[in-house]
Design a protein. Structure first.
Length: 96
């Protein structure tokens, strides 16, 4: 099933997309199929909506580096099956 964000949670893929896992420190894990050239903000927004998180309360990391919304899977070097970590943002964190 694909929604208007272009993301899917099934195991299908095509040449222009990959599957990535998004995992929180609490152990919640979702799998998304994303297009290699789509901005990561789509995945971030879909994750937050699905888990009822406020977008400003979480940070997305790949290999320990924070992911910016305008980045793409291609620009980050994401490959099929890679995992993106989600960390809680604390109110006192100056990076907010």
């Amino acid at each position: 099933m694909t929604d208007q964000t272009g993301l899917a949670e099934d195991g299908t893929s095509d040449g222009g997309s990959i599957q990535v896992r998004v995992r929180s420190v609490e152990g919640n894990e979702l799998t998304f199929r994303i297009r290699r050239a789509s901005p990561m903000i789509k995945l971030m927004s879909a994750y937050c909506v699905r888990l009822g998180e406020a977008a400003h309360s979480v940070r997305f990391l790949y290999d320990g580096d924070r992911i910016k919304g305008e980045a793409t899977a291609e620009s980050l070097g994401l490959e099929n099956g890679d995992t993106i970590d989600v960390m809680r943002q604390h109110a006192e964190d100056p990076a907010a």
